[in-house]
Design a protein around this ligand. Structure first.
Ligand SMILES: Cc1ncc(COP(=O)(O)O)c(C=O)c1O
Length: 407
């Protein structure tokens, strides 16, 4: 199932001028050397992110790690605020973590589950989340059911409505899946869960949407919303964050330490009030500051502007791919993201990816194991994924087209 791709406008709808694009590319030294269309894997960071991290590492070496941490405390506090602004939430609702999965697990594992509880999950959910959900079915005897997709290929809210009851304890949905350019209707899901199963905890994986489209965790109605730093946000590897709603901030964290709580007497402790209850003490402060710089960079550009350019570039890629004999674009849904997925008839996706990379274009390979349910439902065993970002230019698109034609 693929969607009809309307012809994208002839000129960039983001409002960015040629000078703006030149400045964005100058901010991104990596794009001089590579045609980087793997932003859904790990984006090229802007120079300010790299400088911020290196500067902090230098200070750690010069004055000591704890001392550099104390010196940077105000900027670290500002990181929570910046990351919060990215998802429309206060700094106090944010936990800084090491990855999207780390964030997601910290939220999910804190939800109390007993035998017989029902867990509902989106069909396109990411493997690591599903593995943790399957582990919960083994560990506590909860049941796991997938919400089917609708005719357009995104989560079917009507089907969800019919599945919700008082035994549903968790609803887990991936906003922008790793292996398809679709965007799930997370706000509609949130409103439906609130109305029909108010006891359920709503866990949203926003790993691929944060940094590429506006995301509002409060409007979505998420209890937990997880994200990573290195993808469309353009932060460093080894970073991520978790948003927790006021209700989620009443949960006892599963992974507790002396940062998440204070030991008050031999047998008592007080859990931290805000998002820090879902953190652990030790972190790479250089990386956290780098993620803060990436959040500020994205907020300064404007998420609407970023989304408009990425969406335009992605639709142009879909159209140029559809012109190539044997190429099948696999993206579904009416509202597509900057993730373009395709296959080439008669070819293994892994081989196509290798050939495109050999031609100097960074794309990535999505194997069935990343989303078994989704791949099997569509009879696909592997996909090629191309993901542009705001700094992608026409030369990158031409290089991709030539690489696919000759792959
Ligand atoms: C939708 C989605 N969720 C979660 C993850 C896991 O992210 P991380 O590697 O930061 O844990 C990915 C990674 O590709 C992803 O695409």
């Amino acid at each position: 199932m693929t969607s009809v791709i309307p012809a994208p406008p002839a000129s960039d709808p983001s409002g960015l001028s040629a000078d703006d694009l030149a400045r964005l590319r100058a901010d991104t030294p990596g794009c001089v050397r590579t045609h980087h269309l793997n932003n859904a894997g790990s984006a090229l960071p802007p120079q300010v992110v790299v400088d911020t991290m290196i500067e902090h590492l230098r200070r750690e070496a010069e004055i000591g790690g704890y001392e550099a941490h104390a010196e940077a405390q105000e900027r670290l506090d500002a990181t929570y605020a910046s990351v919060g602004r990215l998802v429309g939430a206060p700094a106090s609702s944010i936990a800084l973590t090491t990855s999207a999965t780390d964030s997601w697990l910290r939220g999910f594992l804190s939800i109390p589950l007993v035998a017989g509880d029902r867990i509902l999950v989106s069909q396109a959910e990411y493997a690591s989340n599903v593995l943790a959900l399957l582990a919960a079915t083994r560990r506590v005897g909860a049941t796991l059911e997938a919400v089917p997709d609708d005719a357009s290929g995104v989560l079917d809210v009507e089907a969800l409505r019919s599945m919700l009851d008082e035994r549903v304890q968790v609803v887990a949905v991936t906003h922008a899946p790793s292996q398809n350019g679709l965007l799930n209707p997370v706000a509609e899901v949130g409103a439906t869960v609130r109305a029909l199963a108010p006891q359920a905890w709503y866990v949203v994986d926003a790993c691929q949407s944060v940094g590429q489209v506006p995301v509002d965790a409060v409007a979505i109605g998420a209890d937990f919303l997880s994200a990573t730093g290195r993808k469309f946000l353009r932060g460093p590897r080894g970073t991520g964050f978790l948003y927790a709603s006021d209700r989620a901030l009443t949960l006892e964290p599963a992974l507790i330490d002396l940062h998440a709580a204070t030991w008050t007497s031999e047998s008592t402790y007080d859990v931290a009030e805000g998002g820090t209850r879902f953190e652990n003490w030790e972190k790479s402060y250089a990386a956290m500051l780098g993620m803060g710089a990436a959040a500020d960079y994205a907020l300064d550009l404007g998420l609407d502007v970023i989304a408009a350019r990425i969406g335009w570039l992605a639709d142009r890629i879909r159209l140029l791919l559809m012109e190539i004999p044997g190429v099948v674009v696999r993206d579904r849904g009416g509202h597509r993201t900057g993730i373009v997925t395709f296959s080439v008839e008669g070819r293994e996706a892994a081989d196509v990816v290798r050939a495109i990379k050999d031609a100097g274009v960074n794309v990535s390979y999505s194997p069935r194991e990343y989303a078994v349910r989704d791949f099997d439902a569509h009879g696909v065993t592997g996909l090629v994924r191309a993901s542009p970002h705001i700094y992608t230019d026409d030369n990158d698109l031409t290089a991709l087209e030539t690489a696919v034609r000759t792959a």
